[in-house]
Write a protein that binds this ligand. Sequence first.
Ligand SMILES: [Zn+2]
Length: 494
Amino acid sequence: MLLAGPLTLSLLLSCSADRPAPAPTLSPALQRALAWPLPPAQGGLPLWQGEAVRVEGIEARPLLLALDSAARPSPIAMILLEPERALDVGVLVAHGHFEGGKNDPNAWEVAWGLARRGARVVLVDSPGVEEWAAEAYDVHLERGAHNRVFLAAAGTSAMALQVAALRRGLDLLQARGARELGATGASGGAVATFYLGLVDDRVGALALASPPPIPREPEAGGCPCDQLPAVPGPDPSVLAALTRPTLWMSEQAGPRPEGLGRAVERKVLEGAHAYTPPMQAQAWAFFDRELGLRRPSAEGEAPRLDLHSAGPEGTPDVASLRALALPDPGPWSPQVDADRPFPYELSCSGEGPTVLALGASAPDLDALQDAGLSPCALVIPEDPRALARAIGAGRPPADAVLGAVRAATERRQVRGLFARRGWALLAARADRPYVVADPLTQLGQLDTQLDPPWVHVPGAWTGGAQAAVAGARSHGQDLQALARELRLATVEAP
Ligand SMILES: [Zn+2]
């Protein structure tokens, strides 16, 4: 159905430059956590646009916009709704963790109702969802753990990436002629809308449907893509930073969240954790009041269009966010809390000098035993909240794991360490001789099935991982040779 359109829209106006926000009232931690370090794409010009579908006098069109101005830009999939005789009002819709992304009823229905009322509307994909559903860009749930830690190690965050993508949607609305801008979303989309409202002063009004607690508490359930580095909840000052007109619609009764300022009108509309029809109606009335809308052109259910951006080359270019030229944060300087090591277990076997085995497989342990060593395998119990806790504390998650390595090294008086792949980063900081099997030195060698998310320590991929391997007594693939070398080192060790 969709054909590649021309690369320019004749109606495009020259677009205002990206605003420099965050606002100065934000705390330095909040500013850092929400700052996206790459220069924005210029001007809200689509990389590609599909053919428009026209229903009820509203043109709906899939588009791709660039996230940044890199030579090989990362496209973000969007849908633009433009009613006949559109008002100079534009509203952005951020989707939450609902199955259909920007095409899900929890985003689509409120969007269509706004377009019926004369607003231009843009719906924006979140990285890792729907058309952006590439592992390489995913920041959500367990699947996005690597990318969340990678972004935190580069001094930014998964939320900063999501907000940067939403800001490109505002660029598009402005380029199409919208002067007054609003933003809305449900659940995770409400959180992203909230943070967009903190950093982009083009947004004049916000409607948040079923928002979870903001800022995220590391122990909270759901998707940790909104955990901000060094900003653990609860923190009323984060809510207090929102000073523009906002409609806050809670799906559960309860006290008004502490910190919400006078600009925030809070309503309890009990029901599902969703963008429910009563919430949609409230949002339409709110935007009418704040931005000025007109009588709806039609009533009743929104049509289901399910628009996607096939794009001229098929699908968005999802190279990988790990290929983005993010700034080098400098080398890792771990801060280990020696009194409170990360929970760990040791499983020891064999006879001889004790060595700590990190990331070791059964053949690794066999080879160590055969060389006359007693390997103790370090096991870190699964804890899905551990990464969110570390990010919320503003520390690389590897700090806590290094704490366990050092504690085990002391406790068992180990004479040396065996490290597989990225575990070399920790072995290098245990103050004992070590060997490395199957070294991981380049980001391109990363295997997200094999390698833990904490390997993204600051500077790992700009020399840190390489230095950790270079400091080993020996490295390579020959397990027997590595085990022999480690055995020799334990004899020599004082
Ligand atoms: Zn998420």
